[in-house]
Design a protein around this ligand. Structure first.
Ligand code: AMP
Ligand code: GLY
Length: 422
């Protein structure tokens, strides 16, 4: 069969890498792809936002299965367009993707379905937001309602900071229309974990838990990033906790979406805080996590194509999930300055040496190849991922591989997975 992956980051590299291992697949295309992805797939120069061109390509090439990496095309209706043309595609349609693209929709869904989450208030007028912010107890969390590339959420320690941010979002349109509505939430504390499930209308397959590291520097310091590293499984999530999350959070979410007449197909990614009162939902995403997908897919034994196809056709119940024993861990190597501004085009050495190591895969996120030489081309440059007998072993292997790689300004966290080691 022919598979088409949409996206270009480390997550999409991991998807393409895993799909390439399926004996059912003859050909993989990726739009727009990357120099790293080009080793397993034919890259097609179409932007992820150009939905008509993506659909036209899938029709022309008679693609059997399309997999969408990032949220923007899902929120933009790529699945609706493909379905109209009867081309099989994995992911939620535009209305179902609102679970990620509208935080107020997601919060209302949780309230109606008694899904544990932080208390919240939604505003569409700045004056009303300001009155609450004047009276409120701090800290509080302010969130732009719409998609803001991960930058629309801030923890505010006092009323002045919160009002300045609320004003920037709603009146100065700092995030454009994404800030037309603002959600204010109480602050939750605890460990954050990612639970990723595949959903097909009313059946679910819950993948093993993983944990991302969002802040730029060690000990969770510094600015928020797209994610600086991840590992799986997470010892803090025991089997009974995972079953409880499935019963009290995932299933009610999926049923709630059905009742809203927004049946859910695709990835349901639940970002959870493990609070002293139990797991509570921080956010939903409608797509695979990046970088969580990299360590997850390194451990998944099941043919990913069977799983994705099951989620498209509604046959998830027939697929058994199996995982390699042990653990896997991904360390993201970032450009100097990331998540702020950074230089591109810097030569990278050592990728081949790292990849030659046993149970190590380097997933490219922002690289390019110039005259046969690897160069940096993004903020998150690559995710060095290793498998091991447990988190500690995977971590040692991943950091040994990281040692082989250099580029000017390279920075990475040295404490990925530290929490799992106690
Ligand atoms: P979101 O896009 O809603 O997931 O928020 C991004 C990040 O902000 C999350 O991954 C958390 O680290 C943090 N966050 C969001 N909501 C809360 C909350 N209610 N309490 C504490 N941290 C939060
Ligand atoms: N790793 C966080 C995300 O994918 O949203």
């Amino acid at each position: 069969m022919k598979v088409f992956v949409i996206g270009s980051g480390g997550r999409e590299h991991a998807l393409v890498w895993k799909i390439a291992q399926s004996s059912r697949v003859q050909k993989i295309y990726c739009a727009p792809g990357s120099a790293g992805i080009a080793r397993h797939a034919e890259c097609v120069d179409i932007s992820v936002e150009n939905i008509p061109a993506l659909a036209e390509f899938a029709v022309k090439e008679s693609i059997d299965l399309t997999v969408v990496g990032p949220e923007a095309p899902l929120a933009g209706g790529v699945v609706d367009e493909f379905r109209k043309l009867h081309i099989p595609i994995f992911g939620p349609d535009r209305r179902a993707a609102e679970i990620e693209s509208s935080k107020s929709f997601a919060k209302d869904l949780m309230r109606v379905n008694s899904i544990p989450t932080a208390a919240f208030w939604t505003f569409s007028e700045y004056d009303q937001l300001e009155s609450l912010l004047k009276e409120a107890k701090y800290p509080l969390v302010l969130k732009a309602d719409g998609l803001a590339a991960g930058k629309g959420v801030a923890i505010c320690g006092d009323s002045d900071t919160a009002r300045a941010l609320g004003h920037a979002m709603m009146t100065e349109k700092k995030f454009g229309s994404a800030g037309a509505r603002v959600v204010v939430e109480e602050l939750l504390t605890g460990q954050e974990v990612s639970i990723i499930a595949l959903v097909a209308g009313d059946t679910v397959a819950v993948l093993e838990p993983s944990q991302d590291h969002k802040q730029a520097y060690d000990n969770d310091e510094g600015p928020n990033t797209g994610g600086m590293g991840a590992y799986s499984p997470v010892p803090a999530i025991t089997e009974p906790t995972l079953r409880r999350i499935e019963r009290d959070i995932i299933i009610p979410t999926v049923h709630g979406m059905n009742r809203e007449e927004r049946p859910y197909f695709g990835v349901l990614y639940v970002g959870l805080m493990l609070t002293s009162a139990g797991p509570q939902v921080l956010e939903y995403n409608c797509r695979f996590g990046d970088p969580e997908t990299q360590p997850l897919l390194m451990r998944l034994e099941t043919d990913l194509v069977d799983l994705l196809e099951g989620a498209v056709t509604g046959n998830l119940g027939d697929v058994t999930l199996s995982w390699r024993q042990g653990a896997s861990l991904c360390v993201v190597l970032a450009s100097g300055g990331y998540p702020g501004s950074y230089r591109k085009g810097l030569p990278i050495t050592g990728i081949e040496e790292a990849e030659a190591m046993e149970d190590v895969v380097v997933f490219h996120a922002g690289t390019s190849k110039v005259n046969g030489e690897w160069r940096t081309a993004g903020g998150r440059v690559m995710g060095v991922t290793a498998r091991g007998s447990d988190v500690g072993d995977a971590r040692r292997r991943a950091y040994d591989a990281v040692e082989k790689i250099t580029f000017e300004g390279m920075h990475y966290r040295t404490d990925i997975g530290a929490r799992a080691l106690g």
